[in-house]
Ligand binder design. Structure first.
Ligand code: KG4
Ligand code: ZN
Length: 331
């Protein structure tokens, strides 16, 4: 029987609610960004984020239920992000999820935000089977995971300093391109020459498939201070360096993921056109399918949390109402 899952997301600066079915229909998804509230600070301020989640979440849940034409009583389970993330925000979403689950007498599914990203490609693509090699690239994370099944993840690599999205955000700040940084850098990069500025490719060619972006960010700071190059050339050269690193590291990890059926990308940086195009080429070169969720499903949203909830619920994985919120929670 088809199940209806309500999903809640509040781990960073997006508040979101969605209704997804176990047969992959997104009946509704609502999202409230907080960009305007954080823009004056050039980054996400945790206390402001948590307060904004409190104000936004219940109206979004009501809206998502109304859009889907269902009531809380029709829902089979409530899925909420329980971490990792900014703890104030995570608590708002998790406590709200617990209250709704308790009030409606439905099971709670506590979802790891990274698992939401990791399984989101399966919501978009019914043919994507386990195991697959996942490049998970977001503002807080940069990992290569072998996704072997629901709740079965093997981490092959991670970043030793910054996440890729963090590098995009910092570069945007250095170049004065605004917040949020990733899309701003991508727009500027489209107008620049990716070969203009010599920038390093940290860890490229190293044996372990880990990532590092701190040195690249420092190089952008120095190049910008030199005053020789336009922000567009700097953005284009930076983006090319990130893409080079992501591809080199992912290619390395593919050697350790021989039974992978597909190369998959997820997380906010997966919205980047240059990243997607290069990964598609890498997949083709290795005779692998390439799966990238649609852009709206790459950046934070509640449909991916509802979907991870649906997958966990189908596997019999529900959680007690005293499940704690976790600021750190490796997959
Ligand atoms: O997955 P996400 O929405 O939130 C986290 O879980 O972190 O990812 C947000 C990150 C930010 O760092 C943002 O700058 C980056 O994804 N991002 C992009 C693009 N769109 C979002 N980076 C590069 N190019 C983009 N088009
Ligand atoms: Zn995320």
């Amino acid at each position: 029987m088809t199940k209806l899952i309500l999903g809640l997301e509040s781990s960073c600066d997006e508040t979101a609610a969605a209704i997804v079915t176990s047969d992959r229909r997104v009946l509704s998804h609502r999202l409230a960004g907080q960009e305007a509230a954080h823009r004056p600070y050039g980054g996400v301020v945790p206390e402001i984020a948590a307060r904004a989640h409190v104000e936004a979440l219940i109206p979004l849940v009501e809206g998502a239920l109304a859009d889907a034409g269902v009531t809380l009583a029709d829902v089979d389970a409530v899925a909420a992000t329980a971490g990792p993330g900014l703890i104030g925000g995570v608590m708002v979403g998790l406590v709200t999820g617990k209250a709704l689950a308790h009030a409606a007498g439905k099971p709670l599914v506590a979802v790891n935000h990274l698992e939401g990203h990791a399984l989101s490609p399966r919501l978009a693509d019914p043919d994507l089977d386990f195991p697959y090699l996942l490049l998970l690239v977001s503002g807080g994370h940069c990992q290569l995971l072998l996704v072997e099944g629901v709740a079965r993840y093997r981490r092959l690599a991670t970043t030793i300093d910054d996440a890729a999205g963090e590098a995009f955000d910092k570069t945007a700040k250095i170049l004065g391109l605004g917040f949020p940084g990733g899309p701003a850098v991508e727009r500027a990069a489209a107008l620049g020459n990716p070969k203009a500025v010599p920038l390093p490719r940290p860890l490229k060619g190293s044996a372990e498939p880990h990532f590092s972006f701190a040195g690249l960010k420092s190089a952008v700071v120095r190049a910008h201070a030199a005053g020789t190059w336009s922000p567009e050339d700097l953005a284009a050269s930076f983006q090319a360096a990130v893409v080079d690193c992501l591809i080199d590291r992912t290619a390395r990890a593919l050697h350790r993921a021989e039974d992978a059926t597909a190369l998959v990308v997820a997380g906010g940086v997966a919205a980047n056109g240059a990243v997607r195009a290069s990964l598609l080429k890498l997949a083709n070169d290795n005779a692998l399918r390439f799966v990238a969720p649609p852009l709206w499903l790459c950046t934070d949203n509640a449909a991916m949390i509802a979907w991870a909830g649906a997958e966990r619920f189908a596997a019999g994985l529900t959680d007690p109402l005293d499940m704690p919120a976790r600021p750190r929670w490796p997959l």
